[in-house]
Design a protein around this ligand. Structure first.
Ligand SMILES: *Cc1c(COP(=O)(O)O)cnc(C)c1O
Length: 393
């Protein structure tokens, strides 16, 4: 039995007919931009989250960027971001002209360490852009307290957290605003690119609506310089279908995560810590090992796919050399980048596949551990395997 890391085709197999019908309706109607399905999706996703406003945009990066711009954040401003995240979080800040100020990660939950935030706040700081990485909610109460004390906006990069909950409340509704991505492999994925801004603030929502459509409210009147960042009707129609299955799929992810945590409890792998207040969306299931290359080889030998999210942290990317951080600037993040492995986490696995996956993972972990501890000549360094330049989502 072979279990690839993730297969979008398979994830959509069970709902392909529904998607075809949705797409056919859009084509028969012939209205592709800013139409009824976008409006319906915005309403449905808002009520799913319990938020006042959802504004569909072209992708997750632009959701975050437009949210920052709508709050007036730009050149001369600083935004606190996690050092351990997908580079997209940082790009949203720099594309606004602002400067990302990274905060080190917690090795246990992989999220930004709230205890280290305050030391990074200065006179130019305007916002904290927190990421619910891998679908695990960040500790928002601590962060809102800090943001309130310093008069900062608190914002969420919820690109990996569709349906995650923090103390019973939905990720994406826990701060002044949030950005979601509907990249195809996310828990709620479009059949192409897509994203959304979520906020309870009427003025912010209004501003984002303007900015996503050339700054235009009345046709051909451009009030502010905006961009073209609209979520199109075909994607909105597919997202309406996908949204109706999100809770069921997240439930399957949770069940799989519970099985994996149990099966790997004494495997020697570092497992994700789940605080009592967290109900993660389990976008990814990420473990740590000092013997990553050997572990990934042992998985591959058993037909099990794996991945690394992400092998090079943003502060060590060539694109962010100008910020002046070198190796050693964020040791926890750098250690994570060398030791993390993403294991298969898919809502479509059958019971038999889940059973096989648990057995194979455990076996591979124990075998790797045994051979590496015995210093057998199997090349047990923590070097990155299959790292791709630019990173993969
Ligand atoms: C996917 C992702 C983004 C960017 O989303 P796109 O839709 O690909 O632009 C931003 N931040 C995080 C944490 C992500 O996982």
């Amino acid at each position: 039995m072979s279990l690839p890391y993730f297969e979008v085709r398979r994830a959509e197999e069970g709902i392909r007919a529904e998607l075809m019908t949705a797409v056919r309706h859009v084509i028969e109607r012939g209205h592709y931009i800013l139409g009824p399905d976008l409006e319906a999706f915005e309403h449905r996703f808002a009520s799913y989250l319990g938020a006042r406003h959802v504004i569909g945009v072209a992708n997750g990066l632009e959701a975050l960027m437009l949210l920052l711009r709508a709050l007036g954040i730009g050149p001369g401003d600083e935004v606190i971001v996690p050092s351990h995240t997908y580079v997209g979080t940082w790009v949203a800040v720099t594309e606004c002209g602002a400067r990302p100020v990274p905060v080190e990660a917690l090795p246990t939950t992989y999220n930004l360490d709230p205890e280290r935030v305050e030391a990074r706040i200065g006179p130019k700081t305007r916002a904290i852009l927190v990421v619910h990485l891998y679908g695990q909610p960040a500790d928002m109460d601590l962060l809102s307290e800090i943001a309130r004390r310093h008069g900062l906006f608190l914002l969420e990069d919820a690109a990996q957290a569709h349906g995650a909950r923090y103390k019973g409340r939905m990720a994406g509704t826990l701060a002044d605003g949030a950005g979601f991505s509907f990249y195809p492999t996310k828990n709620l994925g479009a059949l192409g690119d897509g994203g959304a801004v979520v906020t309870n603030e009427d003025a912010v929502a209004d501003r984002v609506r303007l900015l996503r459509n050339y700054g235009t409210r009345t046709r051909y009147v451009s009030e502010v310089t905006g961009l073209n960042s609209r979520l199109d009707e075909l994607q909105a129609a597919c997202l309406l279908v996908k949204l109706s299955h999100l809770d069921a799929e997240n439930a399957r992810r949770r069940a799989l995560a519970a099985r994996l945590l149990d099966a790997l409890s004494d495997s020697g792998l570092g497992l994700p810590a789940v605080p009592s207040w967290a109900d993660p969306a389990w976008h990814l299931f990420v473990v740590t090992t000092a013997h990553r290359a050997a572990f990934q080889r042992a998985l591959a030998a058993r037909g099990i796919g794996s991945s690394v999210h992400y092998p090079v942290p943003p502060h060590l990317q060539p694109s962010y050399r100008w910020l002046g951080y070198g190796p050693g600037a964020f040791p926890v993040t750098e250690q994570l980048a060398d030791h993390i492995v993403s294991l298969p986490m898919a809502p479509y696995f059958t019971d038999e596949e889940v059973h096989h996956l648990c057995m194979a993972l455990r076996e591979a972990a124990l075998a790797t551990h045994a051979s590496c501890e015995a210093k057998l000549p199997s090349g047990c360094s923590g070097r990155v395997q299959g790292a791709r330049p630019g990173g993969a989502e």
